[in-house]
Design a protein around this ligand. Structure first.
Ligand SMILES: [Fe+2]
Length: 368
């Protein structure tokens, strides 16, 4: 799982990161093979990772303090929130006597978070700096992990039974819409109120507050690019997908049997929600690329990983909104969705090089 591109240039930290990745790979293999048959291996590896993460974070934070790292507080907060999330997962695993479901959910979250954190957040202090000329969006997306760590509460919904949801959002009926519809986007408030997902229901009421129409109209023109940038920068960073491999795709491709649809709410000075549809071929290729295994079917581990990925991409899109619109917002815990958004502000369907992702975005800006 560890890639040469993850190297920070600080030898001790790179060795510790490799150890974290190697142990995570062991947990992945054990959980994939059979949690029941590899019970002791899974439990001991989880215990090791929990303890090692704490000691590694301590070392890393001491190092960051020693170099007067300017973003120390935010970096430490990401560590702390992750550890809080681990405690929540740990509780569920203990209560279920380390059931396969909860071990797999923990493993999917852990592996995805680890790749994201090392490949993005940690490389910001790399020697030499790796992002000094890179995308500003990375540096301005502090919300991603803060929100990502909250998936612990929602990951319980990632049951295998619901893994078959949903291809409905990529129906032929909706295939006529294209990302070019940005200029004809409906009023955000009305679009937000037209749907009632669990994530959106909290934000829809907030969206009914008066919007600043001028800024909303201006923002609507940019949303497509924000979504594209959020997806491309995340997958480029985590999976090494080349930017030139991304291109607009036919919406009809963004579904199929077993496609997983994930909602994530937006809260803060911008509100609304996003729905991401991940077709099965994309999920399998993503797992192969990130975690060196190809699932035969989509289950708890893959859905948990998709929840984490959705949080990260959603956080990056919030970072774009914050940067471009000066509206600080955050993502809420993801949930599975089988509700199609009829008239999103933006509908982006991207071929990523390993499969298609469809994203619907509804966003509104509250009056300042
Ligand atoms: Fe870190």
């Amino acid at each position: 799982m560890w890639k040469e591109s993850f190297r920070t240039g600080i030898d001790v930290i790179d060795r510790q990161h490799k150890e974290l990745f190697e142990k995570t790979a062991i947990l992945l293999r054990g959980a994939n093979d059979s949690v029941e048959n590899n019970r002791e291996l899974c439990i001991s590896t989880i215990r090791f990772l929990e303890n090692y993460a704490v000691s590694h974070f301590t070392y890393e934070e001491d190092y960051l303090l020693s170099i007067d790292y300017p973003d120390f507080a935010e970096h430490k907060m990401q560590h702390d929130k992750f550890l809080q999330s681990v405690v929540s997962y740990e509780q569920k695993m203990e209560e279920s006597d380390f059931s396969a479901k909860h071990v797999k959910e923990f493993t999917g979250m852990l592996a995805t978070w680890l790749i994201y954190h090392v490949a993005d957040i940690d490389l910001r202090y790399a020697k030499p700096p790796k992002y000094s000329g890179g995308k500003d969006s990375r540096a301005s997306a502090p919300t991603a992990t803060a929100a990502a760590t909250t998936t612990a509460a929602s990951s319980a919904t990632a049951s295998a039974a619901s893994a078959t949801a949903t291809s409905a959002t990529a129906s032929a009926a909706s295939a006529t819409a294209t990302s070019a519809s940005a200029s004809a986007a409906p009023a955000p408030a009305s679009a937000a109120s037209a749907h009632a997902t669990s994530a959106a229901s909290d934000t829809a009421s907030a969206a009914s507050a008066p919007a600043t129409s001028a800024s909303a109209a201006a923002a609507a023109r940019n949303h497509g690019e924000m979504v594209r940038d959020g997806i491309i920068s995340t997958l480029n960073m985590m999976a090494g997908l080349e930017e030139q491999s991304f291109k607009d795709a036919d919406l009809f491709d963004a579904g199929g049997d077993g496609a997983v649809s994930v909602d994530v709410g937006i809260t803060g000075a911008a509100s609304g929600y996003m729905t991401f549809v991940y077709p099965v071929p994309f999920i399998k290729n993503l797992m192969t690329s990130l975690m060196n295994y190809t699932p035969s079917e989509i289950g708890e581990m893959e859905i948990s990983a998709l929840f984490e990925l959705t949080n990260i991409i959603g956080g990056n899109i919030c970072g774009q909104i914050q940067k471009n619109e000066n509206r600080r917002c955050d993502v809420m815990p993801p949930s599975l969705s089988d509700i199609s958004i009829d008239e999103p502000d933006e509908r982006i369907c991207l071929e990523t090089g390993i499969g298609v992702i469809k994203t619907d975005l509804v966003v509104d800006y509250l009056a300042a």
